[in-house]
Design a protein around this ligand. Structure first.
Ligand code: FES
Length: 162
């Protein structure tokens, strides 16, 4: 059993919201990822069983979306935009600063992402899908440090509650 008893209850409640249980794959993957910190093969197998499909089907659906992490990514997923607008106002510098600072930190997973739709306030990043904008490299690191120390409260790694 992969889901905790509480999350298994949530999973059944989510499935009941859809006429076709197959439609619950994505929300169930969020629950699993928030529980475990990443989307494990065991979780996808359990989701498949719950919705009445194959593990390969669940893997096929989930592998399409970059927000589902297929390896451990720690407590904080830091997504830094380096797309066009962020590129010209310091996004890559933010990314490189955070990669250097947290590269050996198992709690922090720094990733480069495409446009976060916050171009008007570039450069932008998300920490567990919470937006932070108008960044400098130093500001970005201070924000991540605040999450690490608990000054800022991080949502689950899928952006939901745990
Ligand atoms: S280009 Fe970075 S948020 Fe749009």
């Amino acid at each position: 059993m992969t889901f905790t008893a509480k999350n298994l209850e949530r999973a059944h409640a989510i499935i009941a919201q859809y006429p076709d249980p197959h439609s619950a794959i994505l929300p169930l993957a969020h629950v699993a990822q928030d529980q475990d910190g990443w989307l494990t093969n065991e979780a996808m197998a359990e989701i498949a069983e719950l919705v009445g499909t194959s593990s390969a089907d669940v893997q096929g659906v989930c592998s399409f979306y970059t927000m589902y992490k297929r390896r451990p990514c720690g407590k904080l997923v830091v997504s830094v935009c380096t797309n066009v607008t962020c590129l010209v106002v310091g996004g890559p510098e933010v990314l490189h600063h955070l990669e250097a600072r947290y590269g050996a930190d198992d709690d922090v997973f720094v990733e480069e992402v495409e446009c976060l739709a916050a171009c008007g306030n570039a450069p932008a990043m998300q920490v567990n899908y919470e937006y932070h904008e108008h960044l400098t490299p130093e500001m970005a690191a201070a924000i991540v440090d605040d999450y690490k120390s608990g000054v800022l409260h991080a949502r689950g790694v899928s952006g939901g509650s745990k």
